[in-house]
Design a protein around this ligand. Structure first.
Ligand SMILES: CNC(=O)c1cccc(C)c1Nc1nc(N2CCN(c3ccccc3Cl)CC2)nc(N2CSC[C@H]2C(=O)NC)n1
Length: 185
């Protein structure tokens, strides 16, 4: 089971590397990594288990964050009560094949399990993306995402290219975003 002690923190070079493409069929090790990352997100989103294991809650976790420089990330965007999750999958060798001109950003800024300090500011991203990726069976998917699930996937795909969320914050004016940027909770 992945615990906070297994999460690599900012400053470790693995977070600034270009991760390696994953080949199929998945090795046992890669299958376990995928399962463990998704399990982390599930446990971290359960208030009791989160507390029991001392985890920080997350909706995304990329392999470099647990020291594996591989093109793989788990995403579990929780659903509103009773509705289907807007996006849940382990995305392998993901590529953003198209995106909106319009930007989107979280009004509260972004957090990252590998960055212990709060870095205030808006993180401008594409509001809508078309994402192509393989799932753990090797099947290729092409999905269109918008708003929160799109933000989360961009945050995780950045990790696979050695980019951290605060690289996108305008340090002269952290709360400046292009006009027309969609801001959301
Ligand atoms: C500095 N301000 C802030 O962090 C911030 C502050 C307020 C609001 C938001 C919305 C913020 N922003 C932000 N909040 C999150 N969570 C909200 C709480 N949630 C969660 C918590 C408990 C149970 C279940 C769940 Cl679901 C877990 C996820 N997650 C991310 N990110 C950035 S994209 C990857 C994703 C990630 O998983 N980070 C670890 N950003």
């Amino acid at each position: 089971m992945i615990l906070m002690k297994d999460i690599v923190r900012d400053g470790d070079p693995v977070l600034r590397q270009e991760a390696a493409k994953v080949s199929f069929p998945l090795s046992e090790e890669d299958q376990k990594l995928a399962d463990d990352m998704m399990e982390y997100l599930k446990v971290s989103q359960d208030p009791d288990l989160c507390k029991k294991y001392g985890l920080r809650a997350g909706v995304g976790l990329a392999a470099p964050q647990v020291g594996a420089s591989k093109m793989m990330a788990a995403v579990l965007v929780p659903s509103e009560e009773g509705t289907k999750s807007p996006f849940t999958d382990v995305i392998i060798n993901p590529v953003i094949i198209s995106h909106s001109v319009q930007s989107g950003a979280l009004t509260e800024g972004e957090g990252c399990l590998s960055v212990d300090k709060e870095v205030p500011g808006f993180v401008p991203r594409h509001d809508r993306i078309t994402l192509r990726y393989q799932d753990t069976t090797g099947e290729t998917h092409k999905v269109r995402l918008k708003n929160y699930p799109a933000i989360v996937c961009q945050h995780e795909i950045d990790h696979l290219h050695g980019i951290l969320f605060y690289d996108h914050i305008n340090h002269d004016n952290p709360y400046e975003v292009d006009e027309g940027t969609i801001m959301f909770e």
